[in-house]
Design a protein around this ligand. Structure first.
Ligand SMILES: [Zn+2]
Length: 382
């Protein structure tokens, strides 16, 4: 059993689960297709779910359990996940390592796998491929009589409310903002205009790496007035559009966004255009960020290449910690807030639907915290 990408003739992609003879596993395949095309979920979501479902189905196969009702032993599955690598599970060897062996999957990854298992089983129940009582194996079912009177509603009937039965507590990890010093050191460590533009797109425009890699040249309106291009938005700006891109880049926001950019970013664009023209002439794909220094020249950069560039910049700038692309986005959100942007402005710039989603991006600068303390006058007796 393993997750497997499927490319349809239309160019649309999703991930499925195939068995050892590379045949799709029917119910899992229906479920993943339904998520991708029926619910318009991202390709990356089907990838993560297919991976989780493949692990669950492998475990069922190896331990001789019927996958439709095996959720009663999810506790054992969690233990198996913790200690069994994908390679060992496929090779069918029965080597059991003793104490001190390395943990293969930590809490966060295990919870992702469990989410996939619940999704698969709940779908199987909904289409009649698994008995209804399976839901009781994966969710806590309760009637509404334990709710406070106000929350019970007027009909007085019994309601089920569901919470996942199996979920591991995850250690809280602090995603911090990249500091200005870190961003400037990385910017100075760049060896070409393209990488400088990438650093600015992430840390100053606040793009996700998938949005940056998915930019087409026609999305970038950098003139003060773009009406000649058929666009009514004033000032230099970028259009962030969700597309099925050949390089796998995907914008997480469903809605098209218009993001204003400042003169620093426009300048970086200018220098990159010169560089790109010097290396490719008018050729290359319509994607903005393309291979300029390695083959195939002119082909769009995949989102993963942005991580590789960041790793190289981290190394060259000798940063004391790893500054990943997403931390740059946190820096953008925090910098806007430090410069007195309101929460609704930050929310719109980050492309968040819900104001609360923007909050984790706000890390007030230390100087602002100090100023908040110092603004309070000394206490006096009147
Ligand atoms: Zn425009």
């Amino acid at each position: 059993m393993q997750a497997f990408p499927v490319l349809l003739p239309s160019g649309a992609r999703y991930w499925t689960v195939v068995d050892d003879d590379v045949r799709p596993v029917p119910t899992a395949d229906h479920w993943l297709r339904y998520l991708r095309f029926g619910k318009d979920r991202a390709e990356s979501t089907t990838k993560s779910y297919a991976g989780g479902a493949a692990l669950y189905l492998s475990w069922c196969e190896l331990t001789g359990r019927d996958w439709r009702v095996a959720a009663r032993d999810l506790g054992l599955f969690i233990l198996w996940l913790k200690w069994t690598s994908s390679a060992t599970s496929r090779s069918r060897t029965k080597v059991v390592f003793g104490p001190g062996s390395e943990i293969v999957r930590h809490e966060r990854r295990t919870n992702t796998v469990l989410t996939a298992v619940r999704g698969l089983l709940a779908y199987a129940v909904s289409v009649g491929k698994a008995p209804t009582w399976v839901l009781g194996q994966i969710y806590n079912l309760a009637d509404s009589s334990s709710l406070p009177q106000e929350a019970q509603g007027e009909s007085g009937g019994l309601f089920y409310r569901m919470g996942a039965r199996h979920r591991l507590p995850e250690p809280e990890s602090d995603v911090d903002r990249a500091s200005d010093e870190e961003i400037v050191s990385m910017f100075l460590a760049c060896r070409n205009a393209r990488d400088r533009l990438i650093v600015l797109l992430l840390s100053r425009v606040g793009l996700r790496r998938g949005q940056a890699a998915g930019l087409h040249r026609s999305d970038c309106h950098l003139l003060p007035d773009s009406r000649g291009l058929g666009c009514k938005h004033t000032g230099a700006h970028l259009h962030i559009v969700r597309r099925q891109n050949e390089n796998g880049a995907w914008s997480k926001s469903r809605k098209e966004q218009i993001l204003p950019v400042d003169f620093l970013v426009v300048q970086a664009f200018d220098q990159y255009c010169d560089e790109r023209h010097a290396r490719l002439g008018t050729g290359g794909s319509d994607f903005l960020l393309v291979n300029l220094f390695q083959k195939p020249l002119g082909e769009p950069m995949p989102p993963g290449a942005i991580n590789e560039i960041y790793q190289a910049l981290n190394r060259r700038a000798r940063l004391s910690r790893n500054v990943a692309p997403h931390i740059s986005r946190h820096a953008a959100g925090s910098n806007w807030a430090d410069a007195d942007a309101t929460l609704d402005e930050v929310q719109a710039l980050l492309g968040q639907k819900n104001p609360e989603s923007a909050r984790p991006y706000l890390h007030p600068a230390a100087i602002r915290l100090r100023e908040a303390v110092e603004r309070v006058p000394s206490p006096r007796v009147r």
